[in-house]
Design a protein around this ligand. Sequence first.
Ligand code: HEM
Length: 233
Amino acid sequence: MGTRSLDLTAWLIGDDDRDAQLAYKRRLLAERHDVVSAARRGCEAAAAEAAALMGAPDLEGAALLVQEDLCVLVRREPGWCLDAGVVCFPSMWSLRAKLGRPMAEIHGPVPAYAEELGAQVDRFLDRLDRPVWRRNWFIHGSSELHQPEPPPLSAGTCAPEDLWLRSERQALRRLPSTGALLFTIRTQQAPLVVVPDDLVRRLAAAVRAWPPELVAYRSAATWRDVFLERYDP
Ligand code: HEM
């Protein structure tokens, strides 16, 4: 699953883009409220506990203090469910579509998740007593942070200069009073042209080995050929 234990002094990460990203979040909450913020009835106590942990009156207030996206997970039938969230910078998924759903359904589109990860993740969340984090990575053909949908196939192929390495540092911690979980997603990105060569070459070797279902899942049709031609010829 790729999780490591998290030192809580390094839980949330701010950087030079903080002011701009918080302003962007404020704008998204005003203009696209129902796309970026959602809560299911019944999870008020858990959402309030998450907000209080961050010194805010509610989850939207908390989301406007940090660059992270915030998700609250509640254990109920049929499992750990995403019952509240403020997610301004999703990487091609929709909070609305996932709200109230259990982990297995949320990860429905992820190749091999059900076979290789599903049961393990559920057990892991049941037992989580110390904070953890994990990191993923994607290649995107744009630096747009707010991406609730995959780019249309008609977008055509990207130039190598347009490619971005995008990575989420995801942290999970239990909320002690309600027993719910707070999942934070900090999206970090850099243009591929500034990423060290040895790292890009390793990413390229991984991308070359992706099975077709992963190419499709990661919407790689718009950038894969251009990327491999340049970095793994
Ligand atoms: C340690 C536990 C977890 C593991 C191992 C895991 C694993 C994964 C993997 C492998 C993917 C595919 C993209 C990628 O490579 O990252 C993914 C996507 C995703 N995960 Fe998780 N995940 C975990 C926890 C969570 C939690 C707690 C949430 C709660 C919101 C979540 C929400 C999502 C969503 C929304 C996607 C995108 C799904 C889509 O494309 O429709 N994950 N996860």
